[in-house]
Design a binder for this molecule. Structure first.
Ligand code: ADP
Length: 691
């Protein structure tokens, strides 16, 4: 059974009674508490003249809204036809479009603009399956090929009639967008579609939802409602070095489960290790042609990235001062479409950390390079338009193709890519389930520290908002269709007015809002049944979720719950979370040391987990590292349980199922004996040569 928020908050009281945290946080929360009381008083006064207080209500269109938003708004004034009529028309259109698209599956000589083609289906059976599969997505998410047409239908459909019907039923949800910054445009479009109430200048009284462009701390004085960012730890955790560290910890415990992340070294501290390992590898195999990608820790959008073929090149390029970066095995054989490399951006909603709740968007973006791909050679290493898929770089290439269609051009929907590869007989259900597994495993690697940050910033039992966050997963498909994680970014940025962006980003933001709707959320937290019982296997459904249509007047959700839905398959991986839980508890019991939140975070990341692994290895010598750790966990948890019985009621574990030994030991994969660092290196670039 999952733990409710109130239980967790009660149990965590012990931890946050720690004097250091209280000292650090108490000023803030005292202030916040007073403000909350004042706000409550003001709220009742303000209810009557609320409209006057908000200078721009949802219907106003600020000057900075782009042409796309205006276009959307003007369309939304067209009175909606009946839903069924729109829907069936849309479906009919999709079928027609799909037929057209599927007939164009054979790669055309890099001709993006060629939308119409002759029917050349060789694998009709497979395509039919694909159509069925994507129909679920299509119905849920809009469409596959003609974003524009579907958008028209949606807008007609979201006409005044539906909106007023919803408005009559309940008060509009309020959203403070004053700090939304980069995601503002897509957010405004989403709020308009939902007929919710926007407060672009902020609001004197509390809003239901606060949308921050950058971080949780964009607006410091929030005492209630929900914020779309987790506390600062999330940004910190997603930096390249920290992400690599978190995944590496999991690779040490579960090497086979976490082989979706390329082998990485942290610079400058692991330069020597990197050099030595690659030299050994080359000594053993003189034909090995390895390539590495160097990514600055704080970089984004391809900034400062370069490729090297040998560790010595790093010294040549950066001199004696190697900057903080990750150097990573370069995936040499990516899947190509129209001879071009591309990556996938998929949005994932972390609806809650405790209990862990994840949703994946059924539609994503595929971003294409603009120069035909060749395997790396000394000659082409600097060709960014060939090797880096970043939109922000490729948009400056003369070959970038802007398209009104979602299935052509340099930015496309992921579903259109799936259609293309399905036509070649590829099992796209398998591709999807591998991607879902990658996402869940990555989040599991991040969660232990995120929980620590969360507690440090929002101590349980104190007034404060709850948090959710959309994460952007950048994934590369290898030629053998194995997904590889490139990076995770902390939000939905850079809305560019284009059919694909509008389709994907507005859908994700709108449906995130729907899931965070206070009325819906209340019901969800109380019943805690959404998504049904955990599934035995990852099944890519062909239909939409039963409970997806939260409101009659909107399309069904484009976000699909994957956790706790797939708890059974992944819970055994949540070992580090148990270590963190012990640490937090220890901190609560032995609350005499003065350790501020930053030191606390550094300690838990760099010292406590390492120390735990070390102690486990010393105590239980003859078994695998993972088992050593699990055995020590059992000992510690058992001892603490005994202590709790004798001293006071035992705090509930953060997730009851995660602590059961049989569950934790039930990994299907066999693991290697030693610590990953001491293992012989195997670069997948070499393995790739076989596919
Ligand atoms: P940034 O945050 O700067 O965009 P990324 O890690 O996303 O950094 O890398 C930028 C681009 O480089 C990716 O979109 C991808 O095209 C390419 N890339 C990154 N890592 C690898 C890798 N290990 N193998 C092959 N290509 C990669």
């Amino acid at each position: 059974m999952l733990v409710d928020y109130p239980d967790i908050f009660t149990n965590l009281n012990e931890i946050t009674n720690h004097p250091t945290i209280i000292n650090t946080m108490s000023d803030h929360y005292e202030r916040v508490k007073i403000e909350l009381q004042q706000m409550k008083a003001v709220e009742s006064e303000a209810a009557a003249d609320e409209e006057q207080l908000s200078p721009a209500s949802v219907t106003s269109v600020p000057a900075e809204v782009s042409f796309a938003a205006r276009r959307d708004l003007s369309r939304s004034s067209i009175n909606g036809r009946s839903r069924s009529k729109s829907r069936s028309k849309a479906d009919g259109h999709e079928r027609q479009v799909n037929g057209k698209q599927l007939s164009d599956l054979t790669p055309q000589k890099s001709d993006y603009s060629q939308e119409k083609g002759q029917s050349r289906l060789s694998n009709e059976q497979n395509i039919k399956g694909t159509l069925r599969l994507l129909k679920g997505k299509t119905a849920a998410n809009g469409h596959v090929e003609s974003c524009q047409r579907e958008k028209d239908l949606k807008c007609e459909h979201h006409g005044k009639e539906d909106g007023s019907k919803v408005a009559k039923k309940r008060r509009a949800v309020t959203v403070d967008t004053s700090k939304a910054k980069t995601s503002l445009e897509a957010l405004k479009m989403s709020i308009r579609q939902l007929k919710w109430k926007e407060f672009p200048m902020g609001r004197r009284t509390a809003c239901d939802i606060y949308w921050h462009g950058v971080s949780f701390h964009d607006n410091e004085n929030i005492v209630s409602g929900q914020v779309n960012k987790f506390p600062a730890g999330m940004i910190e955790m997603l930096r390249k070095i920290n992400l690599s560290r978190a995944v590496r910890t999991m690779q040490e415990l579960f090497p086979e489960e976490y082989n979706f992340y390329p082998r990485s070294w942290i610079l400058p501290e692991e330069y020597q290790l990197f050099s030595t390992q690659i030299r050994l590898l080359k000594d053993n195999d003189s034909t090995l042609k390895s390539t590495f990608i160097v990514k600055p820790d704080s970089g984004s959008q391809g900034d400062g990235i370069y490729l090297i073929r040998d560790p010595a090149d790093l010294r040549v390029i950066s001199g004696s001062q190697i900057k903080q970066a990750v150097v990573q095995e370069y995936i040499q054989k990516p899947l190509l479409i129209d001879k071009l490399k591309f990556d996938i951006r998929l949005y994932v909603l972390v609806r809650s950390l405790e209990p862990l709740e994840l949703y994946i968007a059924k539609e994503g973006l595929s971003r294409f390079c603009t120069e035909p791909y060749q395997e790396p050679s000394q000659k082409n290493l600097s060709h960014v338009f060939m090797h880096l898929t970043n939109y922000s770089l490729n948009v400056h290439s003369g070959n970038f193709v802007h398209s009104d269609s979602c299935s052509t051009g340099s930015k496309r929907t992921f579903s259109s890519v799936l259609y293309r590869i399905a036509s070649k007989g590829v099992d796209i259900k398998k591709v999807w389930s591998d991607i879902i597994a990658l996402v869940i495993k990555t989040v599991i690697a991040l969660v232990p520290e995120l929980k620590v940050h969360y507690q440090a910033d929002i101590p349980p039992g104190k007034p404060g908002p709850t948090c959710f966050q959309i994460l952007g997963f950048d994934i590369l498909l290898m030629k053998n269709l194995k997904p590889v994680l490139l990076e995770v970014s902390p939000g939905v940025y850079e809305y560019v007015p284009s059919p694909v962006d509008e389709e994907v980003k507005v859908g994700v933001i709108r449906d995130t809002l729907r899931l965070m709707d206070p009325a819906q959320r209340k019901q969800h937290v109380t019943s805690n049944t959404e998504g049904g019982p955990p599934e035995d296997a990852i099944v890519v459904e062909t239909g939409s979720d039963e409970k997806e249509s939260l409101t009659d007047s909107l399309p069904s959700l484009c976000l699909k719950q994957v956790f706790p839905k797939y708890t059974k398959q992944f819970n055994y991986l949540r070992v580090v979370e148990r270590i963190a839980a012990i640490f937090l508890r220890f901190l609560g019991v032995k609350g005499t040391m003065r350790l501020g939140p930053t030191g606390f975070r550094t300690f838990i990341r760099q010292a406590f987990i390492e120390a735990f692994f070390y102690l486990a290895a010393r105590r239980f010598k003859a078994v695998l590292l993972r088992e050593q750790v699990l055995l020590l966990l059992e000992v510690c948890e058992g001892a603490l349980e005994g202590q709790s019985h004798s001293e006071k009621p035992r705090p509930q574990r953060s997730h009851p199922t995660q602590s059961s030994a049989p569950n934790a030991f039930s990994s299907p994969a066999r693991t290697r004996r030693h610590h990953l660092r001491h293992q012989p290196l195997q670069l997948s670039a070499k393995a790739n040569t076989e596919n």
